[in-house]
Ligand binder design. Structure first.
Ligand SMILES: N[C@@H](CCC(=O)N[C@@H](CS)C(=O)NCC(=O)O)C(=O)O
Length: 216
């Protein structure tokens, strides 16, 4: 089967290692599935043909012999259906993994991204300074719930799944701001997942592209 995903040719250093094609590369590495990459730039993002593949002009987009799709969570779940490493084979186990993928994207990521906006990207602006404390309080409520669920388990469902993969990519964006530090078990969990060899290979593949295409 030929698998192809899209990724950016180059992004500024602050975004390197965080572009969401990392999620797909990581899932494919866990599944042991080889893949090819189409590199895109702003001109391709805006093109009608790319919008037919990814309606918002974003990365990642994905295709294999059977399907063409977008949205990183949906793509990772599609890959998980092909690999026991990413989800148990029984229906109930798969449903649990799906719950955690959606929880990461819908119950944690919006609060994490909101906090990152005010604490990092707009940190110097008055409106962001006013919003920082409430944004942090809302994020902490969600992180507290996640931390209590995880407890002393290694993974959210006791074994690694696609849910841990997506959750890790959400949590790691909170490291620089210090927002994860009060939740020691979540930070250790994030580090445990990032230590997986498949994560390392995915990260290296994304970074290699940026090294090769760095502006002169
Ligand atoms: N919900 C989408 C979000 C994708 C997304 O935010 N991609 C970013 C890179 S990490 C992007 O393409 N940004 C450029 C843009 O939005 O024009 C997914 O998870 O696939």
């Amino acid at each position: 089967m030929t698998i192809r995903l899209t990724a950016f040719r180059w992004v500024p250093p602050f975004a390197q290692g965080y572009v969401r094609d990392l999620r797909i590369r990581w899932a494919l590495e866990e599944a042991g599935l080889p893949y090819e990459v189409t590199l895109i730039d702003p001109q391709i993002q805006a093109s009608e043909s790319y919008r037919q593949w990814q309606p918002f002009g974003q990365v990642p987009a994905y295709r294999d012999d059977h399907v063409e799709m977008f949205e990183s969570g949906a793509i990772v779940l599609h890959i998980a259906a092909m690999s026991e490493t990413l989800a148990p084979r029984d229906e109930a186990g798969r449903a649990r993994a799906t719950s955690w993928v959606i929880a990461a994207l819908n119950s944690i990521e919006p609060f994490a991204q909101n906090f990152i906006q005010v604490a990092e990207f707009h940190a110097g602006e008055a409106w962001a300074q006013a919003q920082r404390a409430p944004a942090e309080a809302l994020l902490n409520q969600r992180l507290a719930g996640l931390s209590a669920w995880l407890g002393d388990k290694d993974y959210l469902e006791g074994r690694f799944t696609a849910g841990d993969l997506i959750m890790t990519t959400v949590l790691r964006e909170l490291v620089n701001s210090g927002a994860l530090a009060p939740f020691a078990n979540l930070d250790a969990y994030r580090a445990r997942c990032e230590a997986r060899p498949a994560f390392g290979r995915a990260m290296e593949a994304q970074m290699q592209t940026f090294r090769e295409n760095a502006p002169a």
